[in-house]
Design a protein around this ligand. Sequence first.
Ligand SMILES: [Zn+2]
Ligand SMILES: [Zn+2]
Length: 346
Amino acid sequence: MKAQAMTAFGEPLKAMNLTPRKPGAGEALVRVTRAGLCHSDLHIHDGYFDFGDVRQPVVVDMPAVLGHEIEGEVAELGEGVSSPAIGARVAVYPWLGCNACETCRTGDQQLCIALPRRALGVAQWGGMAEYVHVPFADALIPIGDLAPGLGALAMCSGLTAYSALKKIGAPPPEQPVVLLGMGGVGLMAMALAKSVLPNPIIAVDIDPTKRDAALKYGAVDAIEPSPEAWKQVAAQRGAAAAAIDFVGAPTTFGFGTAAVRRGGKYIIVGLFGGKASLPLASLPLKPYSIIGSYVGRLDEARELVTLLRQGAAPAPPMHERPLDQANSAIDDLRAGKVLGRVVLTP
Ligand SMILES: [Zn+2]
Ligand SMILES: [Zn+2]
């Protein structure tokens, strides 16, 4: 199969002819129709995540095939698998674990630490190829007639947004919820919020065009991340029951933790990186919770696809590019030239 493969960190991807694994018992092979390009792909391509003082290295075998936002058609099913039918349109849940440990059995495959790692597009070959081998057929989620590309986006940016929203729980419905950072994931959360929470949503972003977009998606207020702007909003609506940080930078950490009320939740999703310090006594005295959220569960991915099929959120702007333009697409994403999502088509 044709693939755009990574042979060394930081080097351009190479067009390669790779042989996908034949699906064995319980497995499947999917013909990729769309692979979303995500910011995480850039970090994996760099070979590390920024942990402030240190770089957390990415461990993958080369050649690696990036692309964890995968949509396609069922091409082949292994022994013992009868659905979805061959040819069915599916999204592929990529955050696979071993499917056997206690963590996986309780549904948190995305948190599995068993080796070898199985996440598609990270540890195993992903969507930047004509086919993707799927180690567990239950990772295939039928998408019916969902808009092309939306199933792919649902598996990372959509799922990340949805899972973070669900971690808020059910605070009193009049208390506001703050969403920080109206990039792809933040705007997706903005669009999904009305299906998950009754609370008023306040969007925060430095960019006025993104604040406008958030208002169109249903934010009651959209402000810049300054203490003064927050003071005005909080005077009217009260402190936030929760803040979700889709940026994950020291500045948004400072804003988000200050915005939540006593007993509130600060949920961090963004991987911008860096380091923050906080007065430790504020944790018990305020008190509030700091919660990390990493992509989402398989059952959440299924719920999200159901919501999207019911029209819960419009498809964000998508730009389709042929797979062989993967390198220029990565360069454009790095340069901040992409509004919405680039979707590669093999
Ligand atoms: Zn991603
Ligand atoms: Zn496991």
